[in-house]
Write a new protein. Structure first.
Ligand code: ADE
Length: 239
């Protein structure tokens, strides 16, 4: 998969995307990530890409033309039309389900806004979807684009090792993950649930399922509402 991030702060994105698992996947050729400077598509001699909003108000708005040129050049360079995502607090909320859907695409172009946003006509003309990473306002789309890059990138073939597998983690099956423990068996007076030391795989799986269901019910009633409990689940929860 190829992910390009169009931003006014390419060094910031480059640094983050070069670390940890995503950085390792890039070096191993499992993921291609490129950060593009929107200013490179300005025709202003000071590389300015923003202007004051029509109708008045605070802040600056990024102009449609440099953004459009940046996206069109990306498609030309790669000889492929990217799936263009604009990151903004007005977008649909990004979820694990959306990450799975995007991980099946070949080429994503994530466009980061700044200041008071971007000219709406750019969104109408070129953007396939607008995504938000949550109900709060960031100073720009960069952190959101990096969140999407991380969540989508790790789902791509060959990025995670078997040991880092995602099939049991939070949100994979609509539930939050059960608690994990490692050595020592007692730490500051706190033990480890007996069942985890028993080596009894079926009991361990049952305990984990119950923990997942209970923690989801308590912390995320909105998710729990959508869980379809099996007969087995009901039996486990009654115990
Ligand atoms: N830009 C500013 N706030 C944002 C958010 N919550 N999600 C995505 N992009 C943003």
């Amino acid at each position: 998969m190829r992910i390009e991030i169009a931003t006014l702060f390419p060094e910031m994105c480059e640094r983050v995307a070069d670390e940890s698992i995503i950085g390792r996947a890039r070096r191993a050729g499992k993921l291609e990530i490129a950060c593009i400077n929107i200013r490179d598509y300005s025709d202003d001699r000071f590389h300015r890409v923003d202007d004051t909003p029509y109708g008045g108000g605070m802040g600056m708005v990024i102009e449609a033309e440099p953004l459009a040129r940046c996206c069109e050049d990306a498609a030309r360079r790669n000889q492929k039309k990217p799936h263009i995502i604009y990151l903004s607090p007005k977008g649909r909320v990004f979820t694990q389900q959306k990450a799975i859907e995007l991980s099946r695409k070949e080429y994503l172009l994530l466009v980061c806004g700044h200041y008071e946003g971007v000219d709406e006509r750019f969104i109408e003309e070129l953007v396939d979807e607008e995504l938000s990473i949550g109900d709060y306002v960031l100073t720009g789309g960069e952190l959101a684009a990096l969140v999407v890059t991380d969540a989508v990138g790790r789902l791509c073939e060959g990025v995670l090792s078997d040991a880092e597998c995602y099939t049991e983690e939070s949100h994979y099956n609509g539930l939050l993950e059960y608690p994990q423990y490692t050595r020592p068996p007692e730490w500051r007076g706190r033990g480890v649930p007996e069942v985890l030391l028993s080596g009894h795989h079926a009991n361990i799986a049952g305990w984990r399922r119950v923990q997942s269901l209970r923690i989801t019910e308590r912390r995320r009633p909105d998710l729990y509402e959508r869980v379809e409990l099996t007969r087995q689940d009901r039996k486990l929860l009654e115990k």
